[in-house]
Ligand binder design. Structure first.
Ligand code: SF4
Length: 200
């Protein structure tokens, strides 16, 4: 039986790839391990950054977002974009992503954005450079971060989506999927369920 396939930030899998070399043991990932297939990726080490390393951050200037190491004024934006494009072009099947919150590479919505050469971030928060490419390419696939998955409702919705997508891939026919998931589909939207009923 196929399991849902998730791509996750490597540091959420207790691997010591963070800038400070510390491991992060995420409870949801630990619990999920038995029920899903996990593939991990650390975009920062993939582009050659060492562990430990100087912190990097998102800077905004000239209306562009850049991935910068402020201590040595190194711009990693192009390298990260190239890695993201290559990595995503090699994925043939995925049902969801769990990415590290607040990271300038992996964060999906709460990443601090700094003006160039300033110590204080601006009020607006943004996305990491790697995750923005995932969001751009996979608009119909569930993408969450470990921080948001601590919320019961968000977690419930995320898990429902990935296991339902997986069920769809496992069924022999759309008719079987529709029948077996009728209560779930109805609970989300009865009008759309009725439209689907006619189509199926
Ligand atoms: S947040 Fe992303 S880039 Fe940073 S250590 Fe974790 S996997 Fe690597």
């Amino acid at each position: 039986m196929r399991k849902p396939k998730l791509i996750i930030s490597k540091c959420l899998n207790s691997e010591k790839c963070r800038y400070n070399g510390q491991a992060y043991d995420d409870k949801v990932i630990s619990l999920l391990r038995k029920y899903v297939d996990l593939e991990t990726v650390c975009p920062e080490t993939e582009i050659g950054l060492k562990v430990p390393r100087n912190p990097i951050r998102i800077e905004k200037y000239d209306n562009k977002y850049k991935l910068v190491e402020p201590s040595d004024n190194i711009d990693y934006t192009s390298q990260m974009m190239e890695f993201a494009e290559e990595f995503l072009s090699n994925i043939d099947d995925v049902d969801g992503f769990i990415l590290k919150s607040k990271s300038p590479s992996c964060g999906i919505r709460d990443v601090k954005v700094y003006p160039k050469n300033q110590k204080c971030s601006i009020n607006k928060k943004g996305q990491g450079i790697f995750s923005s490419k995932i969001i751009e390419k996979y608009s119909t696939i569930p993408i969450e971060d470990e921080g948001r998955l601590k919320n019961y409702n968000i977690r419930d919705e995320f898990l429902t989506k990935i296991f339902t997508i997986n069920n769809l891939k496992c069924e022999n026919s759309i008719w079987d999927f529709h029948n077996k998931n009728s209560l779930l589909l109805k609970s989300y939207n009865e009008d759309i369920y009725n439209d689907l009923n006619i189509i199926v």
